[in-house]
Design a protein around this ligand. Sequence first.
Ligand code: ADP
Ligand code: MG
Length: 762
Amino acid sequence: MVVLTEDSPLTKLVKKGEAEQLARTKGLQTVGDLFEFVPRRYVRPGQLTDLSSLRVGEDVLVVAEVARATSRPMRNRRGKMLTVVLHDDHGHELDVTFFSAYGHEGKLHAGVRGFFVGTIGAYGQRMQLTHPEYELFDDDAEGEAAVEWYRTHRVPVYSTTGKINSLQLRRLVHTALDSVDRIREPVPEPVRAARGLLDRAAALELVHRPGVDDQPSRGLDRLKYDEAFVLQTILAQRRKAVESELATPRPPRPGGLLADFDARLPFELTAGQREIGEVLTAELASDRPMHRLLQGEVGSGKTVVALRAMLAAIDAGGQAALLAPTEVLAAQHHRSITAMLGDLALGGMLGGAEHGTTVALLTGSQAARARKQSLLAAASGEAGIVIGTHALIQKHVQFADLALVVVDEQHRFGVEQRDALREKGIRPPHVLVMTATPIPRTVAMTVFGDMETSTLRELPRGRSPIATHVVDGDRPGWVDRTWQRIAEEVAKGHQAYVVCPRIGDVDDEAPGAGDGRSPASDEDAWDVDWADGSDDADGGEVGDGLGDRSGDGGAQRELTGVYTMLATLRATPALEGVRLEVLHGRLDPDTKEATMRAFADGEIDVLVATTVIEVGVDVANASVMVVVDADRFGISQLHQLRGRVGRGSVPGLCLLMTQGAGELAAERLAQVAATTDGFELAQVDLLLRREGDVLGARQSGRGNSVRHLRLGRRDDEQVIADAREDAFALVAEDPELRQHPALAAAVAMRLDEEQAAWLERG
Ligand code: ADP
Ligand code: MG
């Protein structure tokens, strides 16, 4: 027998073609990959030979003999269909059907014996297996041995890979297990002992070759722990690396800009804002770079917290940069921060406060002159705060002394982008990242695990609750009532958003114009939501990322575009005289900016928009939001969107309008309507989507795929927490993993995989 290691390519075990197929369909390249490829489920033995006790719906493995086999051409399709009748020693029968006889007809003839694995179905009065996997015995001895094996083991069922069926895969794994001398053990013995974990070799045996009375789940627990442990080791090392860097300490300055700002603040900070503020002050004053994630619901007051940190940085002689994901958001931050600072933002100008500063804006689409001015202000140090989009990251952008980097809506940026900004400091600047998307603890520990985390849990006082209702768009009465509600709010002096899933054509505005669906691909790339599981190919359009769309009744229906909606609203009698305007990512930046400003100033009553307004747009006077085709939005996205209303003292109302939503989509909307707890919704969201989407492409370079762990599951939270504790303790003792070569190898492999995945995604 060949001696293999876990690094051996699968070509050592199977033919080249098969190896290629395993690599292509399941990503399995090495023997080690094969070990990590865990069965989907297990079939219990005992259903072995007795064909009389089978029940419909049951997963079975039967050992039986082919009594007879017949093939006949199919009526409506090309090819032949094969029907095989099996019988056992007692004369009980079971039908087996193949809709394509090809490849089976020659093998399954009367008299051969073998075993068959599948799920029992029914056809008329008779039970049957359709396209079961099977393996035939060459002789009686082999049959006896196989029967004996199955009598004493649970049968792992692997997800099949084209030509290679589960049974072949099982054999392959077993051969591999028998051929590898020493199974790698990345988890040190003391840790295993303390956690009561199996060793890895035993765990793999249990997962792939469990005896009748064994619990494969114990083996799987160990593999989960492994995965968590390796990830956490990586995060611990990253944290260690950041901690070993030296930052310039930025101690608070009594009587400085921050003190002035606090003295003028028109409201009282919440307890959370104050506490986190103190933590940030302390971290800024330290010579270790701050590396902190600030999360909090929309409207929880993160911006104020960040601004106070920026002012502290300025007080200590440094500058702060605020990176925003969209132009709309950057412009809004610039506007609101300038407004909050008042005369403190008029540094060096007549009428400015004694120790004021200036706030510069830098975006990609700025006019050359404004841009030059901002670049100059950043480089000279005149601007204490520089706010911008990814334009900030570009090479020629320089700072006199960058002390603090604040990243808003972190999930839209990759680590690379954050690091590019970090490199603009003389020494590594302090970093604060903010997100309004509630991050469940499992994800926080896995994806943001190299950062400290602070959470703003309470909303500022005076914040009004948001009521959410689902509106059946197929019922004209309900739709009319919806527009009427908007009219009522406008009559009270409030404002509204109507959010549509796509932009559509300007021509749609003319009633009766063609409904040609135009691709929205030139929408600002940053306007794509992370909840969008689909690729960026459809630009600004939303996708629910839940994959239940194909089954939805509304799947074929044209999505409502902004311009179509505008035309509809214009033609609605209830809305006569209401000032309507559109906002979407394809407008030129000046128009976008002007529209947002006009809406903020109350010159527009209803903004008909795409998801450009999703992030951070802050107009306290807006009280209603209608989301059109709401079933096409993800849970987190809807939650984010509705955070745009109820930001002032006016109670918020969010109406989710749908037409012919599928069952899953309806369930999702009901959940959004049922709770305003973002963390709860994030958990639901995680449960409903594949993990890969959550840590999706936009989380570039960070543990972006998990194999065994299920981040949506509470059970795995403890596993991750345990592994985290162990890994951080180990790295504290041995940062280079010198004493732990097997762990170092596992870490290197994981990083390679991530790198490869990242490159593949391009
Ligand atoms: P976030 O960025 O978390 O969505 P913001 O910082 O934009 O929230 O705050 C939302 C609104 O609440 C802003 O208008 C802000 O001025 C206001 N705000 C922030 N903190 C408080 C507070 N402690 N009391 C009252 N209003 C506050
Ligand atoms: Mg904000």
